[in-house]
Design a protein around this ligand. Structure first.
Ligand SMILES: [Zn+2]
Length: 961
């Protein structure tokens, strides 16, 4: 075959089209230097880019050397192509190649039909010029022409060939392994695609679909999807694995996955490409992206995949997540896109920490989900829409007698740290409105008026508390229940608590009246300790506050569940502070109890007026001693120590309120961040420290007493010396020995020097740099961070309940009795009725346990799932309507943005392709017309000729006559 074809005219394969022939002929006729260069540039232009190699390949095969010599553009291209394969002696290697091809051709011809039917995923060992062996060579001229026509949109030829040719294999592939359908789709020839799709047994329809999706040709996608293979969503709903099991050419993935890997399904690809319209079409056909299993899933499928190729398994998970996290899929596939996006962002963030090798990818996807949520929130135009986004579907959650929205989405966003969402103006505005609920007048007031209000509350707090206790539902009660007032009341209560701590120590501000070795008593028979261990009134008040705080913490644990409670660091601080207070007071109380027992003994058995000359048993006598004779482990001493720690912790709790203020908030956040840094740093710090501590101790432990100071002779001394040397408080003389042991001394000098350099110069400066860095980070988006922190603070006051601050909440109000009774009643009803009506009612005021809340949430989820299933049948809820509106807006905006981004290159290309098709059609028509005209002329000339002959005859006859 090649022998005959290499000698053929270059226009041969293009068929009978005069124009083409003319053009080619003209080109051949030119001198080579004239047009080789311009054509080179022209032919590598974008539309031909991918297929230009194909062109040159086919030409090369048929006209190879001749064009090379002639300097034909194709020849020039083939030369370029060949040089790409690293051959310096172009002509000869090509000749060898062609002769090789010739010998293989017949064999290949036979093999082709069988190999085509195979799903060729085998990896053949390929030589350096592997592009030129096998299949490509086996194309017959007819197939060659067919593929060209399909690629250039030559509709008439394709139609003719499909209809008439008996020998044509329309599934033939070119050297790049692409069949006619793929070529037509790749060049956006809709008509050709439609023609091809009419054929039965068409291979690689799935590949063509993927190609069309990746290029965003919506009309072609629609055309392909109308193929009978896709009826009832078959082939679209199959997972990649099931697809693979159906061993056919439908999804051949270019035989070796050149374009798309095997885990890419049409819907995943459409989602990756952000093709909203195509995603929509596919969703309507029932296609879904399967959510990958958990990373630690142990099911058969996962284990098998993991075992076979863990890398490709991870990649396929990644691809699926990429699809799931794309804005197109999120907005179109989900009934509640905001919720889905929030949960997905959390899942991806979690995966980023588990699958660390794909950390950046997962982080990016997580950010993408968050951006989507923010984008939707950004498009809200009125309060109704913002509320819908912040609260979720309110119809699913059951409303009770109060009117405050649930803010479930914001809570979720805070939990998942979607800071931009929480700090978004729309969200903040809504929160601010709720913050000043029932106090709308106060919001517009100046700071001075606000201060006055706070001052008024702090003075009248006890009265307000009593008023609220009596009438919680009155106007005053409702005002007190507004988050802002609640916050003020709690802050005031806490300030009073701190004041009490100060007052408790105020009697010793000037110094204690009794020295540690003195005792004094009110009356002679009183035991000294009974007087000193007694609780003062301030201490009693402090205890009440502590009890109140413990009660409110208990409520919090009850409401949120222990897990949630522990997750917040502030809660841990509170817990620590309160438990230290409790321990301190318990120890104090124990000491008091013992002293009282001793007093009781004295009162009963001692007859004397004073205790001076009485010999008491030692356990009683102990309580009469002055402080200097107490045991170091005396409960009172322990109590005093613990109390000191608790006081420090109490003051640190002020930081909890600081985020409410704009200037202190960011400062406090960066402070918290630096604490985190220091903890991280501590690990390295301790490592270095321990190393030197033990090393120096080893060096000097035998020289105890032989040094100018005791440094390094014991572990404790070693610790002290090294610790204070960080702050420059140790001396160099610590390493000097009294003896002439220079070796030890020198090692000591070196080690101590190295320690100082690493600790002070390197590590301390590193710590400062780290702190600097995190401060910078916070500073950069201080506003977002602050608003996020403030929202967190606000939200903790939005929940109903815990209206009254610390000591006042200890008294059970009539309202709590009412709720208790209601709760018992509810439980009974629940027991009697089936579990369907579980979420009938709701209880507030901290009387609700977390388990109950969880089941209610699950019920809500189930409801929403049901709704998703039935959504087409049931009437959409208000929430669904709003979401639909927002999503429509989002999709529109995304499309507009995209159009703005896109350079018009695509459209230009489309026009080009259309013109090409049109040209072929016109040519076809013209050739037909020419043919008809020729016929007519023929007929005319025949007729005319006859007439002429007749006339001639007649004339002749006339002459004769
Ligand atoms: Zn699994």
């Amino acid at each position: 075959m090649p022998v005959s074809h290499t000698d053929a005219s270059p226009s041969h394969s293009l068929g009978n089209f005069p124009q083409i022939r003319k053009r080619t002929g003209r080109q051949v006729g030119h001198k080579r230097r004239v047009f080789t260069i311009p054509h080179k540039g022209k032919q590598s232009a974008p539309p031909h880019n991918r297929n230009s190699a194909l062109w040159s390949r086919s030409r090369l095969q048929h006209h190879g050397e001749r064009h090379l010599r002639l300097g034909h553009p194709w020849g020039a291209r083939s030369r370029r192509l060949r040089s790409g394969f690293g051959s310096s002696r172009g002509g000869t290697s090509l000749r060898i190649l062609l002769s090789m091809l010739g010998s293989n051709t017949f064999k290949n011809m036979q093999r082709r039909h069988t190999t085509l039917r195979e799903k060729g995923r085998r990896q053949a060992i390929r030589g350096p010029a592997y592009m030129f062996n096998e299949k490509g060579t086996s194309l017959t001229p007819e197939e060659e022409r067919f593929l060209d026509s399909a690629e250039y949109g030559n509709i008439p030829v394709v139609r003719k060939m499909l209809e008439e040719s008996k020998t044509l294999n329309f599934n033939c592939v070119d050297y790049m392994g692409q069949n006619a359908l793929q070529l037509a789709v790749g060049n956006e020839h809709l008509e050709v695609t439609e023609l091809l799709l009419k054929k039965e047994n068409l291979a690689r329809v799935g590949d063509a679909l993927l190609l069309a999706i990746s290029k965003g040709y919506v009309r072609i996608v629609e055309a392909i999807l109308s193929h009978p293979a896709f009826a009832q969503g078959q082939r679209l709903t199959l997972s990649p694995l099931e697809q693979e099991l159906r061993d056919d050419d439908f999804y051949a993935y270019d035989e070796d996955g050149t374009r798309f890997s095997h885990d890419i399904t049409p819907i995943i690809l459409a989602a990756h490409c952000q093709e909203y319209e195509i995603v929509h079409i596919l969703l309507l056909k029932g296609a879904r992206i399967e959510r990958p299993h958990d990373y630690f899933c142990k099911c058969n499928e996962c284990t098998e995949k993991q075992r076979k190729d863990s890398f490709s398994h991870s990649r396929s998970r990644m691809n699926a997540y990429k699809g799931l996290a794309s804005a197109a899929y999120l907005s179109l596939s989900s009934e509640d896109p905001v919720l889905t996006a929030l949960e997905l962002s959390n899942e991806l963030a979690r995966l980023a920490n588990i699958e660390t090798e794909f950390k950046n990818d997962y982080r990016k996807l997580s950010m993408q989900c968050k951006d989507f949520v923010v984008g939707v929130l950004d498009l809200c135009r009125d309060t109704e829409e913002v509320e819908a986004i912040l609260n979720g579907d309110v119809n699913l959650q059951v409303w009770s007698d109060h009117h405050r929205p649930s803010l479930s989405r914001i809570k979720l966003a805070i939990k998942y740290e979607v800071k931009k969402f929480v700090a978004h103006p729309n969200c903040q505005q809504q929160l601010l409105t709720m913050w000043y609920e029932n106090l709308s007048g106060l919001r517009q007031q100046s700071i001075a008026v606000k201060f006055l209000a706070v001052f008024g509350v702090s003075i009248g707090l006890p009265f307000l508390a009593i008023a609220y206790w009596i009438a919680p539902c009155s106007k005053l009660g409702q005002t007190l229940r507004s988050p802002f007032m609640k916050f003020v009341a709690h802050a005031v209560s806490f300030t009073i608590f701190l004041g009490l701590l100060v007052v408790n120590a105020s009697d010793r501000f000037e110094g204690v009246k009794t020295l540690p070795n003195e005792t004094f008593t009110d009356y002679p028979k009183q035991i000294f300790r009974v007087k000193t261990t007694q609780f003062s009134w301030t201490e009693m008040l402090i205890m009440k506050w502590v009890l109140g705080m413990i009660w409110s913490e208990c409520k919090e644990i009850w409401e949120e569940g222990p897990r949630e409670y522990v997750l917040h660091l502030w809660n841990l601080l509170d817990f620590g502070m309160l438990s230290i207070f409790v321990a301190s007071f318990t120890a104090r109380f124990m000491a008091f109890l013992k002293a009282s027992e001793a007093q009781l003994y004295v009162d009963q058995y001692v007859q004397d007026v004073t205790l001076h000359n009485v010999s008491l048993p030692p356990e009683v006598a102990y309580f009469t001693y002055a402080r200097d004779k107490w045991w170091p482990s005396d409960p009172q001493i322990i109590s005093e120590g613990l109390y000191a720690i608790a006081v420090v912790l109490s003051f640190s709790r002020i930081a909890y309120i600081l985020p409410a203020n704009e200037s202190f908030g960011p400062l406090q956040i960066s402070l918290g961040r630096t604490v985190k840094d220091i903890f991280k740093f501590m690990v390295i710090f301790i490592m270095v420290f321990v190393a030197f501590m033990i090393g120096m101790f080893n060096l000097y432990s035998y020289y105890r007493g032989a040094k100018y100071n005791p440094a390094f002779t014991t572990v404790e001394e070693s610790f002290k010396t090294l610790f204070w040397s960080i702050f420059g408080l140790s001396e160099v003389i610590s390493v000097v020995l009294k003896y002439d042991h220079k070796f030890i001394e020198n090692i000591g000098y070196v080690l101590y020097g190295v320690y100082n350099v690493t600790m002070v110069v390197v590590l301390l400066n590193m710590l400062i740099a780290m702190i600097n860095n995190s401060y910078q980070e916070i500073e950069e988006d201080a506003d977002v961070e602050w608003k996020f922190a403030r929202a967190k603070l606000w939200l903790s006051y939005f929940d109903e309940g815990r209206t009254l601050p610390a000591p006042f909440n200890l008294v059970p109000s009539p309202k709590s009795f009412y709720y208790l009774i209601m709760r018992i009643k509810m439980c009974l009803i629940e027991l009697c009725q089936s579990k369907v009506k579980r979420c009938e009612n709701d209880l507030e005021m901290g009387m609700l346990n977390s388990k109950f809340r969880k089941t209610r949430y699950q019920a809500g989820m189930r409801n929403s799932e049901n709704l998703t299933a039935n959504s087409t049948f049931s009437k959409p809820t208000r929430y669904q309507k709003i979401m639909k509106r927002l999503i429509k807006r989002y999709v529109l905006k995304a499309q507009v943005d995209r159009e703005n981004d896109e350079v018009n290159e695509g459209e230009l290309k489309e026009i080009k392709q259309d013109i090409s098709s049109l040209r072929y059609e016109l040519l076809e028509e013209k050739s037909q017309a020419t043919g008809e005209l020729a016929d007519l002329i023929q007929q005319l000339s025949e007729k005319f000729g006859k007439n002429l002959n007749k006339d001639h005859l007649r004339v002749n006859q006339g002459k004769d006559i």
